[in-house]
Design a protein around this ligand. Structure first.
Ligand SMILES: *[C@@H]1O[C@H](CO)[C@@H](O)[C@H](O)[C@H]1NC(C)=O
Length: 279
């Protein structure tokens, strides 16, 4: 009787959550750093500018403007905000100078300051099990447009509407390219990490990552494996880790006792070997 009761209880507990391992809370501090460095490492805006200056066959050009070149791309200012239940809203503020020969034959220069906005939806990759960002609803907002042409309403309107047509196709791929960088970092989370030659630890997501007003919460379960391939079982009766109420906005990592125990078991093996070596 007691036996079957405990089986039922175990079943219930296992159903609520598998292997309590750890909780990772990513705050704005980490997300800002990740997106900023992705933007810098990918040199994406400069690449976009170079591409615009050398349009591929079939690529879009600005009508009425030949010899188009994009130069002096301003250092982007990136603003991120958490959107609960969705992911992150991303705004990249930048500017650039577009030069070319205008339809009247003169040299034309357009200084444009713009915001690229998009929603980065946080999903779980079905196959790899890692979190992934996908961008949605990219828009380019013109903050200011200045030209060296005479201040003429018709010309201003032409430039404005042309930019509105051309810029999204030019700038929105930048958002996707940055996310690709960030997603690659997520993917590394599930790569096995060696622990002192004795074995490896890797992380598996136990539920889709969740976005709150102040964090992205990643709920994971570690798989601790010995070099010979044997898995170290995590006890399933450990208490679930919980963050203290109203805790800081910065990133935090919470590891369960069961996880630490498993990881210690791995280190203990490694210590045994070292002690034996000494003899
Ligand atoms: C452009 O983005 C900046 C920074 O997020 C913001 O302060 C500004 O209001 C935005 N401008 C427009 C026109 O949306």
């Amino acid at each position: 009787m007691l036996c079957s009761l405990s089986l039922v209880l175990c079943g219930l507990l296992a159903g609520t959550r598998a292997d309590p391992g750890g909780l990772l809370r990513l705050g704005m501090d980490i997300m800002n750093h990740e997106v900023q460095s992705a933007m810098e490492e990918s040199h994406i805006l400069e690449k976009m500018a170079a591409e615009a200056s050398n349009p591929q066959p079939g690529g879009k050009a600005i009508k009425g403007l030949s010899n188009m070149k994009v130069k002096d791309v301003l250092e982007p200012v990136i603003t991120l905000n958490f959107v609960p239940g969705v992911g992150i809203s991303q705004c990249v503020s930048t500017g650039m100078t577009i030069t070319g020969k205008s339809f009247t034959g003169g040299n034309m220069e357009i200084n444009v300051v713009l915001n690229i906005t998009a929603t980065d939806r946080l999903l779980q990759d079905e196959e790899a099990g890692t979190p992934v960002f996908r961008s949605e609803g990219c828009e380019v907002i013109l903050v200011s447009v200045k030209t060296n042409l005479p201040n003429n309403k018709a010309i201003n309107k032409f430039v404005d509407s042309t930019l509105r047509k051309v810029l999204p196709g030019l700038m929105c791929p930048a958002i996707d390219a940055v996310l690709e960088y960030v997603n690659k970092k997520w993917a590394k989370l599930t790569d096995p990490m060696p622990v002192d030659k004795m074995g490896t630890v890797k992380y598996a997501l136990t539920s889709p990552p969740a976005t709150t007003a102040s964090h992205i919460q990643v709920d994971f379960s570690p798989v601790v494996q010995l070099q010979e391939g044997q898995l170290i079982q995590l006890a399933t009766d450990g208490s679930l880790p919980e963050f203290p109420e109203g805790s800081a906005k910065d990133s935090q990592l919470l590891l369960s006792a069961t996880f630490l125990t498993a990881e210690l078991a791995l280190l203990q093996k490694s210590l045994e070997v070292k002690l034996k070596d000494k003899r």
